[in-house]
Design a protein around this ligand. Structure first.
Ligand code: GAL
Length: 965
């Protein structure tokens, strides 16, 4: 016999909810019920207190909890992380008996003079996952749909003076099957609860349709609301009744670049609601995405709502600074993956300017693991729930100009319920486009959206020559759609690599409307080791049995929202001003904004010689409209004319904000470009073609200039300093991307033993002024090997080391790096270099690193990826010094350059560490001098390293100079 369904297993959206509506800043009475509530957590329904909703129930033994909150973040239970797999047995709509019940109670006083007429509603902005509510013992209703608001009519239940609210929240419910997003499972009432008076004749729901005619410059306005309700925009002298279309001869349109809003009021006889109106029109023309008649390029990110300390509760200031940070990094679009955000976030997007794909709270991804059998998306049992979710999102958010597309949800397969959502939304709001990635036929969407498609396929789509769909009608329809990559470039750990290649396509093909990096934020949770050292936790760290490890750590910003190198790279790659050096040495400046001219920018140039600033000043440029270019002649003299020695002369041009904006101060850099006026190839540091010292063999020791070797070729010391002997390195601590595929390149490295090279001396001998050491390097498990030659020469007090690597046998795996390592004294803490910086850079993520002269410390060179992995390489280093406080140390010089990494632990330790606190100072510095690195790619979810950034075992030779100081 099947067990009857519990109320929270009912697949319907619930009961008692009022029709969803838009809200704004109302003058009707309102009480924010956020604050400290009483809380009781039970492990299952049968252990939950009976009758706790009774106003006289004694909750003295309960604890306090803030509302809003995610209860596992307050010591009740623990977070659980899964990506695709459901954390519960899949038996829809049933959930297991082990199902936490969070009972919440609040005693509050209705304010004096609370209106006696009209109605009073109780509004929850979000409760995860099933919510049941009582007021003074009277049940008001049940709701599911965690990231969506719900209102209940509390009029009859409320009393003057003291009132008691009770809310029961279940961790799992039927809604769990629809909310399988890749994130922490965090139950609780995590958004505000308010009590709202609704006067008789209140405004009710309202929809301000505000379009823009880009040809004539007029605005169109239509208020949809109850009869008698008016929209008033004083600045435009608009006062129009609902249902009456208005044309305003001239308005300034809204765009993410110029987010012009007009203050407006929605008025009924008894209520005034303050809103903002932004005029804009979204359309598709010739497979291009247009807003206000102009093509739009989305430089976007996927944003989850998560805070490392409070879980799903994201404070307003955090959201605001997040958007500010995005704007500062040239980001112009957000997909609210994978549910509607806190409503204030959309206000911020309207205000600061951000294109938004507002996504419905829907994901049934776990059903893919059973080939989509029983997928709710195609089961009539769930139709109401699907439609209810779409309605609640659209009705809440329809007045936001920033929202240009409604997304049905994420990874929910295909099916009639999705089609029904789309049809309803289209019918309700024909001013926006429908987005959904999960159905590649695009049968019910307006844009063609994909995730993680590789550059080859994206280019075909850009050219409109992609493989056809079976159905010619659908194919023709899809071919006429603009394309977005709703997710690409998986920002997990070190990466993503290959952003520039995507951007080149976006910039080339009008059909490609850009994309959204996956994702904005690492969802790490701060915890401490038993001895009190802090680190971020990820899946499995809270004892979850089923979990997806650190796949939750895949953002462009670290959990504390500090930018990762990936964000810095993205900023550079998407910059809306493009500089290109022309063959005649001039610089072409192109305005790649979609709406904005360049009058808000100031242009500057500067010159640095060997990294030292020598000159600079403003640049005069005509104001460029979107798409326009101008050529600049830089006021820089070639070095000969200036009579300077032939050091590297690099100029930098920059576009900065001329004046402060709502999101950045004046002077904030938007775009930059570098070029050089000299043609110096990094000089040898010593001016002689031939070595200056012979090799001397004496008492079993080998002396060469400042160096001393053992007879087996091992370097013993340089001058009076012992530095470890260089040895070839082909492996790196795998990045998350190296670990990405199955089998991953990291697995393959391990299988062939690339992480465990044996070095065998073949012979060492003096040849004239060179000391040459031949070794054979073999991965522990393989048959392939490298014939390796180290050729040492002395030039004054410099040593030149040339390494030649000749692969032998069959190399079946790409290499992680080609370089060598040296051990240095731990006290040499200062690192100085001339090359790319200030941040790390790898072959396919190097756009943001500029040539300069930098200083750092060993510790600051490390990028604290939440799960430790290869990091911190400084690219194209011409020279470097690693010194202690007394100035002693090692100087390196490239021929012409090398990649520099210094850390306090060996590669093995870095590879084995699970958390940053696992990394311990080994008592020496590990210096890596690499000739080349494998690219990063994005294989943790998506394409691997592009062929041009792959590192195969081929014959190579490179040289580095070193001396001690
Ligand atoms: C996508 C999914 C995201 C996230 C990402 C991998 O398939 O839509 O939610 O799981 O992969 O991090």
């Amino acid at each position: 016999m099947t067990r009857p369904l519990a109320y929270f297993e009912d697949p319907s959206p619930g009961f008692g909810a009022l029709p969803p509506r838009a809200i704004g800043r109302t003058d009707a009475a309102q009480v924010d019920l956020s604050g400290t509530w009483r809380f009781h957590l039970a492990g299952s329904e049968d252990k939950a207190p009976e009758g706790f909703w009774d106003p006289d129930f004694d909750d003295a033994g309960w604890s306090d909890i803030p509302v809003p909150s995610s209860w596992p973040m307050h010591g009740h239970g623990a977070p659980i992380y899964t990506n695709v797999v459901y954390p519960i047995p899949v038996d829809p709509p049933r959930v297991p008996a082990e199902n936490q019940v969070g009972d919440h109670r609040l005693v509050f006083d209705l304010p004096e003079g609370w209106p006696q007429t009209g109605r009073t509603v109780l509004r929850f902005e979000g409760a995860d996952s099933s919510l049941r509510v009582w007021c003074n013992g009277v049940e008001l209703g049940i709701s599911r749909g965690s990231r969506l608001p719900v209102e209940f009519d509390a009029t009859v239940a409320l009393r003057p003076g003291r009132n008691v609210l009770a809310a029961r929240v279940h961790q799992w419910s039927s809604a769990t099957y629809l909310e399988d997003q890749d994130m922490w499972w965090l139950p609780g009432i995590f958004r505000e609860v308010t009590l709202r008076h609704r006067p008789d004749g209140a405004v009710g729901d309202f929809f301000v349709r505000a379009g823009y005619d880009h040809v004539g410059g007029s605005g169109s306005l239509l208020l949809e609301a109850a009869e008698g309700v008016r929209v008033v925009i004083p600045e435009l002298e608009v006062d129009a009744e609902s249902g009456t279309p208005v044309t305003i001869p001239f308005v300034e349109p809204w765009s993410a670049e110029l987010p012009r809003r007009y203050a407006a009021e929605i008025r009924s006889a008894t209520e005034t609601v303050a809103v903002h109106v932004g005029f804009r029109t979204v359309s598709i023309e010739d497979a291009r995405l247009l807003v206000n008649g102009s093509p739009v390029l989305l430089r976007g990110v996927n944003r989850h709502e998560f805070h490392p300390r409070t879980g799903r509760v994201v404070p307003y200031q955090t959201a605001r600074s997040e958007l500010t940070l995005m704007k500062r990094h040239n980001i112009n679009a957000v997909r609210t993956s994978h549910y509607p955000p806190h409503p204030a976030f959309l206000d911020l997007c309207d205000e600061l300017g951000m294109w938004v794909i507002d996504e419905c709270d829907l994901e049934t991804h776990g059903f893919e693991l059973q080939d989509w059998r029983d997928n709710p998306s195609d089961d009539p049992l769930w139709t109401d729930a699907y439609l209810d979710r779409m309605r609640r999102m659209v009705e809440r958010d329809k007045n936001h100009p920033s929202v240009i597309m409604w997304s049905l949800g994420n990874e929910s397969g295909t099916g009639a319920n999705l089609a029904a959502m789309a049809a309803w939304a289209k019918h309700r709001d024909d001013t926006r486009l429908i987005h959904y990635e999960g159905d590649w036929t695009c049968a019910y969407t307006d844009v063609y959206s994909r995730m993680y498609a590789g550059v080859t396929e994206v280019e075909q789509i850009g050219k409109r020559i992609e493989a056809p769909l079976d159905d010619p009608g659908l194919d023709a329809r899809r071919r006429a759609m603009p394309f977005v990559l709703c997710e690409y470039a998986h920002a997990m750990g070190n990466g993503p690599g290959g952003l520039s290649e995507y951007q080149r396509l976006f910039d080339t093909y009008p059909r490609l409307s850009g994309g959204f990096i996956w994702e904005w934020l690492d969802h790490g949770i701060p915890v401490s080791t038993p001895d009190g050292r802090a680190h971020y936790a990820y899946g499995g760290d809270f004892g979850e049995t089923v979990h997806d490890g650190n796949f939750i750590i895949d953002g462009l910003v670290f959990p504390d929202r500090t930018p990762s190198p990936g964000l810095v790279e993205f900023k550079k790659v998407v910059e809306p001003i493009r500089f290109e050096t022309q063959p005649d040495g001039s610089v072409r400046v192109t305005n790649r904004h979609d709406f904005r001219d360049t009058s808000h920018l100031a242009f500057r140039w500067e010159l640095a010689i060997d990294g030292q600033h020598t000159d600079g000043g403003p640049l005069d440029l005509p104001v460029l409209r979107p798409g326009e270019s101008a050529d600049l002649t830089l006021p820089i003299f070639p070095p000969e004319r200036a009579g300077l020695p032939p050091f590297e002369h690099w100029w930098t041009v920059r576009a900065v904000l001329a004046a402060e904006t709502a999101w950045a101060p004046a002077g904030h850099e938007i775009a930059w470009h570098q070029g050089r006026t000299d043609d110096v190839i990094a000089e040898r540091p010593f001016d002689a073609d031939e070595p200056t010292a012979p090799v001397v063999v004496e008492d079993g020791r080998v002396l060469l200039g400042p160096a001393e070797f053992a007879s087996d070729g091992t370097l013993l010391r340089v001058g009076d300093i012992e530095i470890g002997c260089p040895s070839l390195e082909l492996w790196r601590a795998p990045t998350d991307n190296d670990r990405g595929k199955n089998p991953s390149v990291a697995d393959r490295w391990e299988r062939v033993g690339l992480d465990d090279l044996s070095h065998r001396l073949i012979r060492a001998g003096a040849y004239d002024h060179s000391y040459v050491v031949h070794t054979e390097v073999k991965p522990a498990g393989g048959t392939a090997s490298m014939a390796n030659t180290y050729r040492w020469q002395a030039f004054g007090n410099w040593l030149r080391l040339e390494i030649t690597m000749l692969p032998e046998g069959e190399w079946t795996v790409p290499l992680g790096r080609v370089g060598f390592k040296l051990g240095l004294p731990a006290a040499w803490d200062n690192v100085e270099w001339f090359g790319r910086g200030p941040g790390e850079a790898y072959p396919d993520s190097i756009a943001a690193a500029r040539i300069g002269h930098y200083t750092s410390t060993v510790d600051r060179l490390q990028t604290p990826y939440v799960r430790p992995q290869e990091n911190g390489a400084r690219a194209e280093v011409r020279w470097a010094r690693i010194t202690g406080h007394n100035g002693r140390g090692l100087q390196l010089h490239g021929e012409p350059h090398f990649s520099l990494t210094v850390r306090r632990w060996p590669t093995k330790a870095l590879a084995e560490a699970k958390h940053t606190t696992d990394l311990a100072d080994s008592g020496e510095l590990h210096l890596h001098i690499d000739h080349v690195h494998r690219g990063l790619g994005s294989a943790s979810c998506g394409p691997d390293v592009l062929p041009r950034y792959e590192l195969n075992a081929v014959p190579l030779s490179f040289a580095v100079w070193l001396r001690t100081m």
